[in-house]
Design a protein around this ligand. Sequence first.
Ligand code: GLN
Length: 447
Amino acid sequence: RESYKRIAQVEDKVQAFVTLDEERALAQAEELQSKISSDHKGMLFGMPIGVKDNIVTKGLRTTAASKMLGNFDPIYNATVVDKLQASDAITIGKLNMDEFAMGSSTENSHWAKTKNPWNLDTVPGGSSGGSAAAVAAGEVPFSLGSDTGGSIRQPASFCGVVGLKPTYGRVSRFGLIAFASSLDQIGPITRNVEDNAYLLEAIAGLDPNDSTSANVPVPNYRAALTGDIKGLKVAVPKEYLGEGVSEEVRASVREALKVLEGLGATVDEVSLPHSKYGVATYYLLSSSEASANLARFDGIRYGYRAENAENLIDLYKKTRSEGFGDEVKRRIMLGTYALSSGYYDAYYKKAQKVRTLIKQDFDQIFEQYDVVIGPTTPTPAFKIGEKIDDPLTMYANDILTIPVNLAGVPGISVPAGLSSQGLPLGLQIIGKHFDESTVYRVAHAYE
Ligand code: GLN
């Protein structure tokens, strides 16, 4: 009820949610009443949570912010949603996003443009803009996002909240509407690091329904929040504080590094020489995978179906022309081109090779260092409309988050002060594969 009270106060301004169902949420809460004095309460007992609208929820409309799935009512829950239920959390509603998670501003939603609660003229980031804005606006204390190239960390940074992209394989993707399957991960967005650690623990682990989920034990992440980072080795890639990164963003990272040094960590400058190819590599690979994943939206099996088609091919064409937005079409065309015979070797295969080099950059650094630190984004939140007509400028904004997805390692964004305009800045802390504990330990000591 508190959550819905807050939503009633601010939602018409923020527009973080696509679907709200108060009755359903209250019914879930009602069911928990009987457990109130039991010793077997789940670790998120009674906690209100918002779920990004590309994560399927049984009986609760799930649209991925696309006209294509405008009336889609899933017949099963994503594994993470089952796990939230098993932890006794209460699903408040579904959160706005860029259509099929393609974007960095939530302006690509079929529904509404979510606003950044810090300044309603600016974007909340994307694609999990609704998930970050809802937490920043106090509508829910917890949300789930998904991160293929930065879509949890970038909006967390823009909205002044904490967002973690787990290691690839840490969290099941079963029931996450696929964008780029070799990069997609679901992760938690919260107000602070401790809450984040709780939520990751609740959703992580091996899932027989997702063969890319890893058989690696899930630690008690809260136990890592000791405040002790003495002797910890921090690497700062010079590419992360270079050209294109605004001076106030650089200054906030330098401040943060001083804090960490004050706590006993050592800081060295290093190089990730291939990170400059990250954006090109990512947009080729993610679009290629998206072009294959989105082939299923054909107007036959589920979702939107165009009317007045003359034959089967016409039905496909009309359905896909009418059902997908511009950015999604751009990605499908780019990906189909990169995968086509004659271009495959020059684009897709080459991008795969560069991906390996980007991963090897991280492997080398992590032989000697515990974490890699830099900014989450080159600038704070930009104005609504500022970049929407210039896809390349929009893509370039992802330069600091993308290498982390390509390498498969975990990364978090934690608030790191405000810009001169009063907008949040974010610090990105990147760790070794499956070492979210150290990422959390550093983030918690800093926050
Ligand atoms: N902004 C990136 C894109 O548009 C990342 C999206 C994401 O992580 N889902 O593809």
